[in-house]
Design a binder for this molecule. Structure first.
Ligand code: HEM
Length: 505
């Protein structure tokens, strides 16, 4: 027998023994586990259900096994929740019990084992981080301070698109310019900084490292080492790349942004609260000894991922739907024209008096939910849910996309029809007032960024529709809206070319 085969056989036997011990432990406790496909030794259900546990595949499984189901992915327990009542139980009623996060081998690297806020367990550290981040990021005061910046960035997008002769003829990949806009929207809040153009070398370095981080974290390629710990040595190469990307990225945040801001702070009085940007508040917390330097960098890391990408994906989905539904685009433009008058460019306060614009945004977030399974939740201790036992440290996926797209709960959910939010679903808001519609989650671990995301979406989509007719490229009647899902993300697969024909006022 060659050495490799011997090694694999030994590994396999060892894993089989571990799983047998694990299963017998569960049985010993006489757990009443949720239904699910029959697991096989070592692999559990992994070989049956595969790697791509996206919102659609999980909805198929829910149809088969019910609103709560259990998948054994190697040694990991994964509980999928697919009804509004159970979602309420996880996120609200038992919000503390299910308020932690699972991490995996890769997220452990990118978050320094939960030294951040998004991926840390529910407890003291999370509470402190959320409190420290609230004043600089998540209040109406922040919106009022930075909305002029967002309006300015959107105006620059309009200007640049108009300047590009390709826009009105063959079309452009609008997303590229919008990505710069989203970085500027958030870097203005964080560091009072902006990047001048898509060619800015620092912007490109940052974009590349953030892109690499997302690709590595959202990929399914490392599942085997995560599900079956004994196989982890085979992940060594992958994890090494993750570590390198993480180091280079945090170093970049530190050298080019945090240290720069510190230098500025030491030469200029920061006594005027109005001039403070987010990092000044965060550094104050560090000076007081509430958090350490690593926590500061992980806050910057979290905002780079949680804020920029999710909002950009949602803008991109919104544009795709408007291009593919010209009648909806026209109706939105008519609302903007009649409510704001010709020539008045939409501002943040305007977004609240435009019901159709808000309906378009809600419908985009319903059909094309950026985080369709929420960020995975976890119970630190054994728990009960829907009459079943949930073993400690299970990964709990709330299929928020299915809650918002289940025909049992919505009229023709596959249709992009903003009118539903003015008619039969008029009372439903994006803040979680209805457990069928949770694009930002709800409860303790819900998205605090909703307060920024909604006005940014309104200003951006509003300005684009006010200033351009958005069309598919020549020779195409629609743009491709195929989806690309990750561990818990959903974005458009192809960054389409869009024709943006300037309107004359
Ligand atoms: C359209 C844009 C956005 C969408 C769809 C979105 C969605 C979500 C979702 C679904 C969660 C997880 C909720 C849960 O697990 O129960 C989340 C968490 C989070 N989001 Fe957002 N988000 C968006 C924009 C933002 C922005 C702009 C920021 C920051 C400025 C932000 C910061 C966060 C943070 C820090 C968390 C973690 C909260 C915690 O674990 O306590 N998000 N977001």
């Amino acid at each position: 027998m060659d050495l490799l085969l011997l090694e694999k056989t030994l590994l396999g036997s060892f894993v089989a023994v571990l799983v047998a011990i694990f299963v017998s432990k569960l049985r010993g406790k006489r757990f009443k586990l949720p239904p699910g496909p029959l697991p096989v030794p070592v692999f559990g259900n992994w070989l049956q259900v595969g790697d791509d546990l996206n919102h659609r595949n999980l909805a198929d499984l829910a149809r088969k096994f019910g609103d709560i189901l259990l998948l054994r992915m190697g040694q990991r327990n994964l509980v999928v929740v697919s009804s509004p009542d159970l979602a309420k139980d996880v996120l609200h009623t038992q919000g503390v019990e299910f308020g932690s996060r699972t991490r995996n081998v890769v997220f452990d690297i990118f978050t320094g084992k939960g030294q951040d806020m998004v991926f840390t367990v529910y407890g003291e550290h999370w509470r402190k981080m959320r409190r420290i981040m609230t004043v600089p990021f998540f209040t109406n005061k922040v919106v009022q301070q930075y909305r002029y910046g967002w309006e300015d960035e959107a105006a620059r997008v309009v200007e640049d698109v108009k300047k590009n002769p390709e826009s009105a003829t063959n079309g452009i990949v609008l997303r590229r310019r919008l990505q710069l806009m989203m970085y500027n929207n958030m870097y203005r809040i964080m560091f009072d900084r902006r990047f001048e153009s898509e060619d800015d070398p620092l912007f490109n370095k940052l974009k590349a490292l953030n892109g690499e981080r997302s690709r590595l974290a959202q990929s399914f390629d490392y599942n085997y080492g995560d599900f079956i710990p004994i196989l982890r040595p085979f992940l060594r190469g992958y994890l090494k790349i993750c570590k390198e990307v993480k180091e280079r990225r945090l170093q970049l945040f530190k050298d080019y942004f945090v240290e720069e801001r510190k230098k500025l702070g030491s030469t200029k009085s920061m006594s005027n609260e109005g001039l403070k940007c987010a990092i000044d508040h965060i550094l104050d917390a560090q000076k007081k000894g509430e958090i350490n330097e690593d926590n500061v960098l992980y806050i910057v890391e979290n905002i780079n991922v949680a804020a920029i990408e999710t909002t950009l994906w949602s803008i991109e989905w919104g544009i795709a739907e408007l291009v593919n539904h010209p009648e909806i685009q026209k109706k939105l433009r008519d609302e903007l024209d009649s409510e704001l008058g010709p020539g008045h460019q939409i501002t943040e306060p305007d977004t609240y008096k435009l019901p159709y614009l808000n309906a378009v945004i809600k419908e985009t977030l319903r059909l094309r939910m950026a985080i369709p399974l929420l960020v995975p939740h976890m119970n630190l201790n054994d728990a009960k849910l829907g009459g079943f036992d949930i073993p400690a440290e299970s990964k709990i996926l709330v299929n928020a996309w299915w809650l918002a797209n289940n025909p049992a709960n919505w009229k023709n959910p596959e249709e992009f029809r903003p009118e539903r939010f003015l008619e039969e679903e008029a009372k439903v808001e994006a803040n979680g007032n209805d457990f069928r519609y949770l694009p930002f989650g709800v409860g303790r671990r819900s998205c605090p960024g909703i307060i920024l995301a909604l006005p940014i979406l309104g200003i951006t989509l509003g300005r684009l529709v006010q200033n351009f007719e958005l069309l598919p490229p020549p020779g195409q009647s629609k743009i491709d809206t195929a989806e690309k899902g990750g561990q818990f993300s959903l974005h458009i697969l192809k960054h389409s070319t869009i024709v943006a024909k300037p309107r004359s006022f």
